[in-house]
Design a protein around this ligand. Structure first.
Ligand code: ATP
Length: 445
């Protein structure tokens, strides 16, 4: 009898190389090659991006197969073998872990995974959840990877909003060398496939965002809304080096899932992320380097919101806020100052703007010149003709606000993997079947 078998993997990479998506691709193809039937695309699940011990994008992976009861041991052995072979074992701070789960994913694991998107979880809790949900966990070096390996299995990628990424991997001999991709072809791919893909290029700087720069094995990764669209886009890009393999992942990238939680200022904890609404409490401060900090008050307390210069339009918008404006802010808690949390902003939604009033001295009714004040409650005198204007007060002139009640997010080059690229995300209603997208590197070399 066939049963669902889920394998979660995390933390097989380090800053010295490797990539957990690569491990998952190797495992997926290994199982496929031995005749096992996948029940879905491999999943690339991004977790809380504020976790300081992540290597890059806090990604964890899961693969899902339909396995005959009698062959489950064989699949377990293959998975552990592949993970051991692909980890960058010499690197410290790498805590590779594998989790196995047979049958349907229980609610407790779904909830754990949901919280891994925006909270900081402990290994102790991960072990407890594994015990309660019947998952088997293996830590190959340190133990922290258990959190991500379980969260990957528990993610809600089929019913909740999701996107896709196609990743092509480099051959071993090219690792560490500059990537050879025809950048003009990426630009024309972006122009042609713009509606079905996202974050290919940063429009202002022209920077190519589909190709990383480090020592990891990813040559190119294209994000989009359906397997067919990422595949079509990939076919448009000219690669000037051989690829070892190519894989399509179902992901939660570009869904904003980490910011979905409503929070209160007084309850925020270090490295959590989420969204809260409130009233701007003080005139924003512009720091050296162009970073902007403003204080926000909700019914529970205060937070400082930090919009860093690379967030560009977001930082510019933050600069123009006035006390009394109502906003909804999203981001991660970077730290606390005098007990007040500082939220690194990833999204700013302007809900309501107060009127901006400029207060000017009155005009002279004799010559039309601007008057000057003669002191507190002493009235005004015209600077031009000297006439005194006794019973007058400053006049109030409403000013135009540059801000609009809209959403401000950073430019593509400064976004998180999870950042929703536009406020109207596209949701594909097609049921894409993994069997139709089994790709062979030979076809692209
Ligand atoms: P890459 O994106 O290249 O795969 P990474 O940025 O995913 O690298 P990891 O090497 O996976 O980084 O390290 C992240 C670590 O943080 C893992 O050990 C994972 O288990 C742990 N982790 C992930 N989410 C949470 C969370 N919400 N709370 C606590 N620990 C977490």
């Amino acid at each position: 009898m066939l049963t669902e078998f889920h394998i979660g993997i995390d933390d097989t990479d380090s800053d010295k190389g490797g990539c957990t998506t690569y491990t998952a691709s190797v495992l997926f193809e290994e199982l496929l090659g031995r005749g096992f039937k996948p029940s879905d695309f491999p999943w690339l699940v991004r977790l809380n991006p504020n976790i300081p011990w992540k290597t890059r994008g806090n990604g964890a992976l899961a693969v899902h197969f339909l396995v005959d009861q009698e062959r489950i041991q064989e699949v377990r052995r293959i998975a552990l073998d592949v993970v051991e072979k692909t980890i960058v074992a010499s690197a410290s701070g790498t805590d590779p872990a594998v989790a196995f789960l047979k049958g349907q994913v229980p609610r407790i694991l779904r909830e754990f995974s949901g919280r891994a998107l925006h909270d900081v979880l402990s290994v102790r809790e991960a072990r407890a959840v594994a015990g309660k949900s019947g998952a088997e966990v293996h830590a190959l070096m340190g133990i922290r990877g258990l959190i991500g390996s379980l969260a990957a299995i528990g993610a809600d990628l089929q019913s909740a909003m999701h996107t896709f990424e196609i990743i092509a991997y480099r051959t071993r001999e090219n690792l560490g060398r500059p990537r050879r991709i025809d950048y003009e072809s990426v630009k024309s791919m972006n122009a042609k496939c713009d509606a079905g893909t996202f974050n290919n290029i940063d429009p202002e700087s022209g920077r190519i965002l589909v190709s990383p720069h480090g020592s990891d094995p990813v040559l190119v990764g294209i994000r989009g809304y359906s397997p067919q669209e990422v595949l079509d886009a990939f076919s448009e890009v000219q690669l000037d080096e051989e690829i070892e393999r190519v894989m399509i992942f179902r992901t939660n990238q570009g869904t904003g899932a980490h910011l979905a939680t409503g929070r209160m200022a007084a309850d925020l904890k270090l490295h959590q992320c989420g969204t809260l609404s409130g009233r701007v409490d003080e005139v924003p401060r512009v720091m050296r380097g162009g970073h902007v900090i403003f204080r926000l008050r909700d019914s529970s307390g205060l937070i400082d919101c930090a919009a860093y210069r690379p967030t560009e339009a977001l930082a510019m918008a933050a600069r123009d806020l006035l006390p009394g404006d109502m906003v909804r802010v999203s981001g991660g808690v970077r730290g606390f100052r005098q007990g007040i949390p500082t939220l690194n902003l990833e999204r700013l939604e302007v809900l309501h703007l107060v009127e901006k009033i400029e207060r000017l001295n009155p005009l002279c009714d004799n010559c039309g010149g601007r008057c000057e004040s003669m002191g507190r409650e002493q009235g005004f005198r015209c600077r031009k003709c000297g006439r005194r204007v006794a019973n007058s007060s400053k006049i109030q002139i409403p000013q135009e606000r540059r801000l609009r009640p809209t959403v401000y997010i950073p430019p593509p080059r400064s976004r998180r993997h999870l950042t929703m690229p536009s406020e109207k995300p596209r949701i594909s209603d097609r049921l894409d079947r993994v069997e139709e997208f089994q790709l062979r590197a030979e076809d692209y070399n």
